[in-house]
Design a protein around this ligand. Sequence first.
Ligand SMILES: Nc1ncnc2c1ncn2[C@@H]1O[C@H](COP(=O)(O)OP(=O)(O)OP(=O)(O)O)[C@@H](O)[C@H]1O
Ligand SMILES: [Mg+2]
Length: 511
Amino acid sequence: MPSGRASDTELIERKNKELAAILEVSRVLTASFDLENNLSSAMSTLGNMLDLQRGCVFLLDQLSKELSIVAAHGLTKQNIEKGKYRIGEGIVGRVLEQKSPMVISNIGKEPLFLNKTGSRPEKEGISFLCVPIKFKDEPLGVLSVDRIYSTEHGSVDDDLRVLNIIASLIAQFVKLRESFVEVEKEKEHLKRELKGKYSIDNIIGLSDRMQEVFEAVHRVAQSKATVLLRGESGTGKELIAKAIHYMSARSKGPFIKFNCASIPEGLLESELFGHEKGAFTGAISTRNGKFELANGGTIFLDEIGDLPILLQPKILRVLQEREFERVGGHKAIKVDIRIITATSRDLESLVSQDRFREDLYFRLNVIPILLPPLNQRGEDIPLLIEHFLKKFNEENRRSVCLDKTAMQIFLDYGWPGNVRELENTIERLVVMSPKDKIFASDLPISLSLRRPKTSRGEMSLTTDLKELEKVNIMDALEKTGWVQAKAARLLGITSRQIGYKMKKLGIEVKG
Ligand SMILES: Nc1ncnc2c1ncn2[C@@H]1O[C@H](COP(=O)(O)OP(=O)(O)OP(=O)(O)O)[C@@H](O)[C@H]1O
Ligand SMILES: [Mg+2]
């Protein structure tokens, strides 16, 4: 295999060639921080200048612990894709494991040689040289080349020496690039933190729109001012109401939540204001209402738009004078409360239809805070995903993550049900996924059905949304073995709502 005796001139010429190749490789490796590009240039430089048939750089994936080809010279794309080795597998895997070079002088005669890439139809006469790419003692990958030795080439030892130098240049580049990527990430992180001047524990919102909300929350929290939270369902109104309470001076006092749409009109008054013994049939003892329970703290009246018109004057009085009487009582009860209300309804149009008192509306609307829908704060979506993955992974002792393609589908989806739907989807994924890495193909198809652009008109939008809802519900039903109550829980709706929706969307009950 060695070339016999080379003359001094030949020797000098060869050394010069090697030196020039090393210099050129080191130049292309420092041209940028583009891993694949730089390594590809390095491999073709090496191949051309040193007259090598093939060359590959394998790098170790720290997660999968698998070696795969990152750059190659003289291989087709298909060859490259096939070139994957586990630590210790084949020659490439062994070189990594043992951190020392190996040479096969005629691969045709070597059973260890797996030729996984399928790039060598005639193996006779080819020598295969393989050196580890390592930084200090840490193995990062493997550099391999094919060489057909003839008289103008040096010895195997000459080649190994050059390859070792190249491998160490590659190792330095890979390490340097790693720290570069880390620094970039850190910079991005700091930028984000800087931008997120206002933060609230456990509430995600770095978008400008949410930062405005946070700023308003910080400003109003310390005051006693009445706040009206507006926004579509699932945008975080309740979360913000709690934040205002817990950031205020009354945080040690109670936070009482009451949903004005949750109980029949006839019971509302006594729920809110309490009643005296004997005030009505069944009032066997005196009972405190929500306003009294909230004394010293905050009352959060959700769905305030659903408050019956007859009750509205009594609420107005609480707002103005902080006093009221129990049902059946005559004594005015004074309370020290902060009032926060929320609604997803169009209060202005309720006022114009005389279904909501204008004076009450103005009293409630002292400080309105609008929570933007998720599609107006797209940059928060990846952060919310991260937040919920962490939350549900911890709750379920899992370590599920999304691959890039799956993440893209999440970003493209319109999230009509806002944060709640995103949260439920992530919870479902974490609980149901049999594996830790989720790819686009593992996602419910409802997520891949993009919402059409507005140019296609209103009609198609609503049909597609219906379709989307149907697929979503079917999906949840499938995943819960068609137990409606469970499916409803997954979707964050009530059993009654799912029954109604199934009927409306023509979903037949199975099983
Ligand atoms: N910015 C956010 N960061 C983290 N979680 C959020 C955020 N916004 C909403 N959530 C979560 O989404 C879910 C829905 O939020 P919330 O109940 O506050 O919405 P809502 O506006 O009151 O909805 P609805 O009108 O349906 O009552 C909750 O589980 C909440 O924790
Ligand atoms: Mg709510």
